[in-house]
Design a protein around this ligand. Structure first.
Ligand SMILES: Nc1ncnc2c1ncn2[C@@H]1O[C@H](COP(=O)(O)OP(=O)(O)OP(=O)(O)O)[C@@H](O)[C@H]1O
Length: 335
């Protein structure tokens, strides 16, 4: 999460859903993304994790421009301004980006043709290269999506996204619908493609084992906000927010077996986003709030993301762990 060399910069991104016909009814508004700020450098991967409904997909959609938002999302075009589509999205369901009536060659060529810089022969050659890059045979370009397995379709969708030579690749649950062994192949494919092309990646997922495999940084999202952001190794080893601590404790460590002794149970479900608790939104589920004698500040003030002196890139939004009583807190660095 460095500010030098950032390719993707997001500042105070907000997405609010208002029920149709109730434009002024504040009570019914859903703040799906609530003032999120972050940066991702070239060749780096930020994983965004959190329970269902926390706003991950809405953020991904805002990033690629298919969801209206307020705030700033900017992409630095390090390799010249020729990239017409600097941010590409890979969905959970590759059918969403592959037209079932078109050959996969046609779909993969679409972003290349949109650049308007290549002859037919060059485009066909590039499509073949992209299919080979994602582990498919160039001769498969004449086939249709239904002739492929789920994993192969996801490879095609990735080839299509890479064809745009994106500065930023956003993956929204891109491996979640796949078998575990295929998931690993797709993750390796993304890692290799990132090494080759150098794009920044935002990887939205609820699959924490995958996050361990590929993320440089992790953002833990809850009710539209980032509660913790930092280098993946630090966040996994020493989470600073009680929500992350519980969420990440369920991750398989060295094997597929969850360490039962280490697992912390997350009690209850996230609150209704239309009726968010005052103060810290995580308070009703927070073990630290209860164990610390229910501090008033947790009920009255929403905590900002704060770093510590020792770990400046590791931020957490918790009054208890980052407040005056917390270890080495640094005030004034809230995002
Ligand atoms: N088009 C919409 N209209 C109204 N509310 C929406 C819309 N899309 C999402 N929401 C709401 O916004 C919140 C965030 O949803 P989002 O799908 O971004 O979460 P998520 O973390 O991606 O969940 P999941 O993992 O289940 O996809 C949820 O409360 C959801 O119900």
């Amino acid at each position: 999460m460095t500010s030098t060399g950032a390719v993707l910069r997001c500042a105070d991104v907000r997405v609010v859903f208002t029920p149709r016909g109730l434009a002024t009814a504040r009570a019914d508004r859903i703040v799906a993304v609530d003032g999120v700020s972050f940066e991702v450098a070239a060749g780096r991967t930020l994983a965004v994790v959190g329970e269902s409904g926390c706003g991950k997909s809405t953020l991904a959609r805002a990033l690629v421009g298919v969801q209206r938002y307020t705030g700033d999302i900017t992409v630095a075009q390090h390799r010249g301004a020729e990239r017409r589509r600097p941010i590409q999205l890979v969905f959970q369901d590759p059918y969403a980006s592959l037209d079932p009536r078109r050959t996969i060659g046609f779909s993969v060529s679409e972003p290349i043709r949109a650049q308007g810089r290549h002859s037919r022969a060059e485009t066909a050659k590039r499509v073949g290269e992209l299919l080979e890059l994602v582990g498919l045979d160039a001769r498969m370009s004449a086939r249709y999506p239904h002739e492929f397995s789920g994993g192969q379709r996801q490879r095609v969708a990735i080839a299509r996204a890479l064809g745009a030579d994106p500065a930023v690749l956003v993956c929204d649950e891109a491996t979640s619908a796949l078998d575990v062994s295929v998931q690993a192949q797709i993750v390796n494919l993304l890692i290799d493609a990132q090494r080759a092309q150098g794009f920044a990646m935002v990887f939205v997922t609820h699959n924490l084992a995958v996050v361990r495999q590929l993320a440089d940084d992790v953002a833990v999202m809850y009710l539209g906000r980032f509660l913790e952001v930092g280098p993946a190794a630090q966040v996994f080893a020493q989470p600073r927010h009680p929500y992350s601590e519980a969420l990440l404790s369920a991750v398989p460590r060295t094997s597929a077996i969850v360490d039962e002794h280490r697992q912390i149970r997350l009690v209850g479900d996230p609150p209704d986003p239309r009726n968010r608790p005052d103060g810290c939104h995580f308070r009703p589920r927070c073990r630290l709030y209860q164990q610390s004698g229910e501090p008033e500040v947790c009920r009255t003030r929403s905590p900002g993301l704060l770093a510590t002196r020792q770990q400046e890139a590791h931020l957490a939004a918790c009054h208890v762990t980052s407040g005056p009583a917390g270890p080495g807190s640094v005030s004034g660095t809230a995002q």
